[in-house]
Structures are given as structure tokens and as C-alpha cells.
Write a protein that binds this ligand. Structure first.
Ligand SMILES: *Cc1c(COP(=O)(O)O)cnc(C)c1O
Length: 372
């Protein structure tokens, strides 16, 4: 084996390449930051930065000027810390589980406090710590997912002592329908948040996710926390999408064949060739984040042609119809596009009957990630 073969082993062994355009990511951050200014723009990098690699993504966002990072779990905060400058803040959206407090306090993480129980636990930790500890207080304004309930809010307001030891940096809530620009739930949640903010005078508000940013100024408050829009996803049905695509995905052809009319294709023989067909088998399946619900519905692209998925998506492969291409257009090792110029994340999500968030976060670990 010569040296160049050894060097190329990575390239040629790859079943697929997930490209992540870090320049586009930076551009998107700057664009969203400009849109919400003078509010601060944070960045949500939970779930390994929506599957794109929190290490590279967070470091890039920090270079673009981001100082506030949001993760879902304490363990995510732990692994993120080493990639960020010292002055960056890491917020744990899901809050802390009992006995997570000492670690969070020692590491300087900022928990979102979602209940009076979590508030008591954090306040007790501050007592042991010997100094007030930072936190973000979340209120449930209509999603019934996380945050202090109306009753808890009233209890807290009538007993401000509960906040002794806790340095409340922001109060926050989460919008349930921010992607639907005309949904009245948005203005309902905004009014609820404004009513709560009156009870915490001087404390800044953090409300908008990506969709919230496109709902307009009223929703920007003091800090926004976009995720999807940073990664080029379309987060609103209203405004045009100003962000650039960040992700593209190409996968390899691992076999091509011509089958006569009547041939069954894939598990369960769910597809019967209506005529002579040329097929290509691709090296990616549902274990690579391409849902089984794409069976007989989605497509790949090559040479600008749509190559429909035929039969069921398997775990590690799927079959596409390449009859529209010249005989020798694709062969062993050729790359076809799954996300890119011809097919957006949203197109795939629609064909799979899901949302772009689920496709993005599912692309996972199996592809080679190439950062541009
Ligand atoms: C995931 C999440 C976000 C980011 O949402 P996007 O729609 O991706 O911008 C913001 N806030 C909270 C509480 C979240 O859970």
C-alpha cells in the first residue's frame, strides 16, 4: 500500500459525508444578532449542536461573538465547557436534578430553574457555597412543559425570601407556536410574560427561540436563544428565511443494477418494478438518520435529477431509481446528494412526515463530518 492510499483511507472508507459550513454558521449568527440587537443573541447548542458537533459549532459561534450558550442537560454543559472561552456562559435549559447542584455551582454553569423545588435546592447550594449563585427563572406561559406554574409564581412573589442567595440573571419562558406566525398563542404567551416581568422589575427577559425572532421586536426582549435558524433551518412560516444553509449530506452508491419488470425491491417486497428499471443502492439507511418513513416517498439527487427512493429504507442502505440517468452515470463509490442544492432539510423532513429538527438531530455520528 503506498502512502497516498494510506492517506486516502478516510475518504474512500466513508459511506457518507455530512458537510458543515462554519462560515455560513457565523454569517447566520451575525444576521440573527443584528436582527435582535440591542438584545443579546445567545445560541442553543444542545444535542451536540443539533447533531453538527457542539465542539466545532460552539467554538465557531464564540469567534462570531456569541457569549451565551444553551444546552439541555448538565452533562452537555460539562463537555461543552472546554471548547469555550472562559467568559462564555453556559445555561442548562432542563434545569438540575437533585444532587447535580454542587457540580453545576463549582463549574459556574447557570441552571434554568423550573420549579420551586429546584429553586430551594439551588438556594441551599448557594448557602453551602457561601455566595449567591446565578440562575435563570423559567415560567410556564402556556406550554405545560417546563417552568413555574401560575400558583408557584404567586407563591414566589409573596415570599421573595425564596430568592435570597439566588442571582436571577434573566426570567424566561418558551414559545409553543413560534414557527406559526399567525398563531394567537404567541401573543398570549407574550402578554403572560409581560405580566410576570412586572413582578420582577429590572430583571431582563429571555423569550424568543428562532421562530420567536421572526415574530418581531416585541418578542426579542433582552436576550434571544435561537437554535435551528443558526443551522440554516427554516424556523418560521412567515418571514422569508434569511439564514444560509449550513448542512449538506452526500452518500455513496454501493451497487447499481438493472432489474426486469415485475422485480420486487427491498424488505417485504413492497415495491414491484413496473417496467425494466435501473437501481442504485445507497450506503445510508434509518440508522443513519434517514427515517424509514421515507420508504417509497423521498429521493436522492444526482446530476440534477430526482432519484426516487423505491421500496423500504433499510437500516444501512436504501435503493433509488436511477432509470432517468445514463447507464454509466453512477457506479460503485459515486456520491449522490441527500441534502444540498437540490433538496433542503425541509424537503426531506416533509417527505418523511416530520420536522427539520428531527432530521437534523438524527443525522448523528455515522457520517464523516467535514467542516468547511
Ligand atoms: C431548543 C430550545 C430552543 C431553541 O429552539 P429553536 O427553535 O431551535 O430556535 C430555545 N429555547 C428552549 C427552551 C429550547 O428548548
Amino acid at each position: 500500500m503506498d502512502a497516498s492510499a494510506a492517506n486516502d483511507i478516510d475518504e474512500c472508507a466513508l459511506s457518507g459525508i455530512l458537510s458543515i459550513d462554519l462560515e455560513a454558521l457565523k454569517t447566520n449568527y451575525r444576521l440573527l444578532a443584528a436582527q435582535v440587537a440591542p438584545a443579546i443573541c445567545g445560541a442553543v447548542v444542545k444535542a451536540d449542536a443539533y447533531g453538527l458537533g457542539a465542539d466545532r459549532v460552539a467554538a465557531t459561534l464564540a469567534e462570531a461573538g456569541c457569549l451565551n450558550f444553551f444546552v439541555a442537560h448538565l452533562v452537555e454543559a460539562k463537555s461543552l465547557k472546554r471548547y469555550l472561552p472562559r467568559e462564555a456562559k453556559i445555561v442548562v435549559l432542563n434545569g438540575l436534578l437533585p444532587s447535580g447542584e454542587p457540580y453545576a455551582a463549582a463549574s459556574g454553569f447557570i441552571p434554568v430553574i423550573n420549579s420551586l423545588q429546584q429553586l430551594n435546592n439551588w438556594s441551599a447550594e448557594a448557602g453551602r457555597h457561601g455566595a449567591p449563585l446565578p440562575a435563570i427563572l423559567q415560567f410556564d406561559t402556556g406550554m405545560s412543559r417546563l417552568g413555574l406554574s401560575g400558583e408557584e409564581t404567586t407563591a414566589l412573589c409573596s415570599n421573595p425570601e425564596l430568592l435570597r442567595n439566588v442571582d436571577v440573571q434573566f426570567i424566561m419562558s418558551h414559545l409553543a407556536s413560534a414557527d406559526e406566525s399567525l398563531n394567537l398563542q404567541n401573543s398570549d404567551q407574550l402578554s403572560s410574560m409581560r405580566a410576570i416581568a412586572k413582578r420582577f422589575p429590572g430583571t431582563p427577559v429571555c423569550l424568543a427561540n428562532s421562530g420567536g425572532i421572526f415574530l418581531g421586536r416585541d418578542f426579542h426582549s433582552a436576550m434571544a436563544r435561537p437554535g435551528l435558524a443558526l443551522y440554516g433551518g427554516i424556523a418560521s412560516d412567515g418571514a422569508c428565511n434569511p439564514t444560509k444553509p449550513v448542512v449538506s449530506l452526500s452518500v455513496r452508491v454501493i451497487q447499481t443494477h438493472t432489474v426486469p419488470e415485475g422485480t420486487l425491491v427491498g424488505y417485504g417486497g413492497s415495491h414491484r418494478a413496473p417496467s425494466r428499471m435501473r437501481l442504485a443502492t445507497l450506503a445510508a439507511g434509518y440508522a443513519d438518520g434517514l427515517p424509514r418513513s421515507l420508504s417509497g416517498r423521498g429521493a436522492a439527487y444526482a446530476y440534477g435529477q430526482r432519484l426516487p427512493i423505491v421500496g423500504r429504507v433499510s437500516m444501512d442502505s436504501m435503493t433509488v431509481d436511477i432509470s432517468s440517468l445514463p447507464e454509466d452515470a453512477l457506479g460503485l463509490g459515486s456520491m449522490v446528494e441527500l441534502i444540498g442544492q437540490h433538496q433542503t432539510l425541509e424537503n426531506i423532513a416533509r417527505d418523511a412526515g416530520t420536522i427539520s429538527y428531527e432530521i437534523l438531530t438524527g443525522l448523528g455520528q455515522r457520517y464523516h463530518r467535514q467542516y468547511i
